[in-house]
Design a binder for this molecule. Structure first.
Ligand SMILES: [Fe+2]
Length: 515
């Protein structure tokens, strides 16, 4: 199929149409953006461009018009057309398709274009134009053909980027490593109030509660240059954890129900999810309905890998407060519907590797040295019955690998069928991918003094570490090679990166080995 064939132009879906993207291609000419009406303010592309959720034939392109990003965006309260173009080369000589989307005030003047009709497993370049202003160009990549068995996939696993704790320096190294896709598993923003002692201070005057406040917080994070560059150079697959809304929330229950009424928290969820959608390169299925957003979903990378992206916040029971509570069979992390969806997707999978993007850690963390156990109740340890049932299922699933965040530590573990029995079967591997900046430059001696004594109680841990960074995976048929990439600092805008550890997961041999 050639780039100019008619099929190549079936690039718009119902999803894009929801946001008003034009259903026909237009010429990429200057001056076509707006013939009359309120002029567009200068400098609308302050938040850059990004792409996400790659399909074999499609990709989501994103931008948001925001000439005054930290003050509500600065756009007039009107709809503005935004032209977009996608090409096979970075100079846009071989244009593949183009069109016009509508930047609407009710979506914060964000634009999501769901381009279809593309070729599998190849790079594309894209850009936007509004009112004669040209966006930076972005590069993206489609997923492999559904039947493709071989090849390789390079995935970067990131989470937890606290603006106030540091610069997002790991992304500069990630850019150099050139991943095919970035998987972000939560805490894209932090909702904490501005601190005068922070490395960089949050915008605003307190925690965000309203849509405009969340928009300003997301916009501030999007201005980090390393984050913006990484968004513009590879597609992202995202899911949220707690800090996109409120620390440790569960369903419609906030961290502190005594301070936030149910109605107030529902309004907060509604605002937070709206702003999340507006700032993420996700399909129209993720347009929120009030205080609900659809985020769990599957992405396929040929026959090599199936990626199950979980939502471990909206459907969970409120956190336990005791060990006995954590063991109650009534506790659910996923909710019945999502749990069945996950099991179906694992058992029916045609893929060699079955990846599970879980915001929170699945392997056990026993915090009590010696006899007995003490768990973190916000992680899978607090939902023992459902976690253990899932691990039992892993024994019948091909190459399950869990990719998590939340802990602000690298924690790489064998997943055992029963953590109460150290001799039980290893059924999978888990990588908890430290943090981009959260917790800042941690005191390594203090970390080891606190955590090394716990290693004997947690023999499934293969690597634990407190440097900031991310994990990089080269996934092939015969195994997954993983590298823990860390930076020497996040308190300055530039850092030196290095490989802290290399690991390997062999195909059809559950567990992970330090290389
Ligand atoms: Fe976090």
């Amino acid at each position: 199929m050639t780039a100019a064939s008619p099929d190549r132009r079936r690039f718009l879906t119902a999803g894009a149409a929801v946001l008003g993207a034009a259903a026909s291609a237009q010429l990429w000419l200057p001056g076509t953006a707006r013939a009359a009406g309120t002029p567009l303010p200068d400098g609308v592309f302050t938040l850059g461009v990004s792409s996400g959720d790659p399909l074999p034939d499609g990709i989501v392109l994103w931008t948001r018009l925001a000439p005054d990003p930290l003050n509500g965006g600065g756009m007039p309260d009107e709809v503005f057309p935004v032209e977009w173009e996608l090409a096979e080369d970075e100079r846009f000589h071989r244009s593949v398709c183009r069109g016009t989307a509508q930047a609407r005030p009710e979506f914060g003047h964000s634009v999501h274009v769901d381009v279809r009709g593309l070729r599998p497993d190849r790079p594309y370049w894209y850009r936007f134009r509004a009112g004669g202003q040209l966006s930076p160009a972005g590069r993206t990549r489609t997923a492999p053909h559904p039947h493709q068995r071989g090849g390789s996939l390079r995935v970067a696993l990131a989470s937890c980027q606290n603006w106030q704790h540091g610069y997002f320096t790991p992304y500069a190294d990630m850019l150099a490593q050139d991943p095919d896709v970035v998987l972000f598993v939560g805490d894209y923003i932090y909702e904490s109030a501005p601190s005068s002692t922070a490395v960089r201070r949050h915008e605003g005057k307190g925690e965000p509660y309203t849509l405009e406040q969340y928009r300003n917080r997301y916009a501030q994070y999007r201005t980090d240059p390393d984050l913006a560059a990484m968004h513009a150079n590879a597609p992202w697959v995202v899911t949220f954890d707690d800090h996109e809304v409120d620390n440790d929330w569960a369903g419609e229950i906030p961290q502190d129900p005594d301070k936030q009424s149910h109605d107030a928290f529902v309004a907060r969820l509604t605002a937070a999810f709206q702003a999340y959608y507006e700032h993420m390169p996700v399909r129209a299925f993720a347009i929120p309905t009030g205080p609900h957003i659809q985020m769990y979903r599957r992405l396929e990378f040929g026959r090599l890998a199936r990626l199950n992206v979980l939502d471990t916040r909206q459907f969970r029971s409120d956190q336990a407060t005791t060990q006995e509570g954590a063991e109650s069979p009534s506790m659910t992390m996923l909710g019945a519907e999502q749990k069945q969806w996950l099991l179906d997707g694992l058992h029916d999978s045609p893929a060699r590797w079955n990846l599970i993007a879980s915001q929170i850690m699945m392997a056990e963390t026993d915090l009590l040295p010696g006899d007995g156990k003490l768990w973190y109740y916000d992680a899978w340890d607090g939902y023992q019955a459902e976690r253990n049932a899932l691990l039992e299922e892993f024994a019948g699933i091909r190459n399950p690998v869990v990719l998590s965040g939340d802990r602000h530590l690298t924690m790489i573990s064998d997943l055992r069928e029963d953590f109460a029995d150290p001799d039980s079967d290893v059924v999978g591997a888990e990588f908890v991918g430290t943090s981009i900046s959260t917790n800042g430059d941690q005191d390594q001696d203090a970390f080891h003094a606190q955590w090394d004594p716990l290693k004997a109680d947690n023999p499934h841990w293969k690597v634990i570490d407190a440097h900031r960074g991310y994990h990089l995976f080269d996934i092939r048929c015969d195994g997954v090679d993983a590298a823990v990439r860390v930076v020497d600092t996040v308190v300055r805008p530039q850092a030196t990166a290095s490989t802290l550890a290399r690991l390997r997961v062999e195909t059809d041999e559950p567990g992970v080995q330090v290389v």
